[in-house]
Design a protein around this ligand. Sequence first.
Ligand code: FAD
Length: 412
Amino acid sequence: MAKFDIAIIGAGPAGAVSAKFLHDAGLSVIVLEATHFPRFVIGESLLPFCMNVLEKCGLVQTVIDQAEKAAFQFKNGAAFARGDQHCSIDFRDRFENDGWGTTFQVKRDAFDKILMDAVTQAGVDVRFGHRVTSARLADGDCQIDYKNDAGTCGTIHAGFVIDASGYGRVIPKLLGQPNNATMLSRRALFTHVRDNITDATYDREKILITVHPARQDIWYWLIPFADGTSSLGVVYPQDGATTAPQTDETALFDRLVGETGLGPLLSRAEKTRPLSAIGGYSVTTDQLYGDGYVLLGNSAGFLDPVFSSGVTIAMYSAELAAKTLIARHHGHQPNWENDFAQPLGAGIATFKSYVEAWYDGRLQQIIFNQPNQDLQLKRMVVSILAGYAWNMENPLVAKTDRYLNLLHELCL
Ligand code: FAD
């Protein structure tokens, strides 16, 4: 009976990055993925910080080499609009002197496949069309059951299990761990368009966040790709986690495009994907690790789409977990709380403060009024928006709420 050091559930960014780190360190790894790639998933605007993680696990050059063919859009910042207010930030104007300041906007079907192809080529045993159905977990002796596309059931034996199953949340569900809402329930409607944008002032190298002029809790993303298409989505407060668009939501989506002022920019846009919906996504779980398992990325929880932090958090959680497992492989007793949960949670708390300040209006006021003519303060804000939410040398990371309130007071 073959036994792997590590079994990974899910082949999204968290699964790919953890697999690559662990395999390169000499551990035997298997990845079980329910679907076949390429497959659609939302989450298309990356942050520069995640390029550092991709670089450390030897995947960044693969992404760069394939960027043009896959129509990945070079990204250097974010632009914001609300009524007649417009501003933008450039991620390269950061607090840190080292690390990546640019990244890409990616169609996730292509991006996730490129990462997983590289992981497979490196020698990891990757099995697509294998859905994990149950698990018995005990450190050193885990068994996970799967059913594959042919209807065959089987069991994988591994010393430890990484749950990188994203919205599938396989282990939390199997263990009966409740979803805790991290914030107010919101809903997103989204599609892809051939944008046909002719406005010469439109900057394709930035995600465009457009806030409803009368409702600070409703905002649109426009994420351009390099082939003339864009991802377009709206987020608004709404209960319920249904994934199929409701009957009136197409009309709502189109009406809001007009109300936010995006209408002229997108007057010639044509939808290339049906409208999709996702709700109730801001959840977390109490227990990020346990006897024989750890949860990564969205399986552990998700905050909110507004600052595009999801893939970055997923990849960084993979790096921290892989480091802990590699040290353990070399005989060090892991301390999952100190080595994984706490350091990961520190950056997530920073993002969470930013997301809360966005929806209660403080951060929107800071971004649109830019009171902080102090260049250094501005760089500290930009750093977090670029994903550097774990850099404790940045005072805005170490004391996020205090500085956010200070900056906001300067706007009043
Ligand atoms: P995933 O990418 O979801 O991968 C999980 C994989 O596990 C999937 O391939 C799935 O098929 C597989 N799986 C599930 N169940 C099983 C099973 N039982 N057995 C085997 N395999 C299984 N993030 C950003 O960084 N930028 C954005 O612009 C952004 N926009 C977003 C917009 C919205 C509206 C939402 C809701 C989220 C957005 N996100 C964004 C977040 C992003 O979608 C996720 O954070 C990210 O995809 C998480 O990666 P992951 O590897 O944890 O999971």
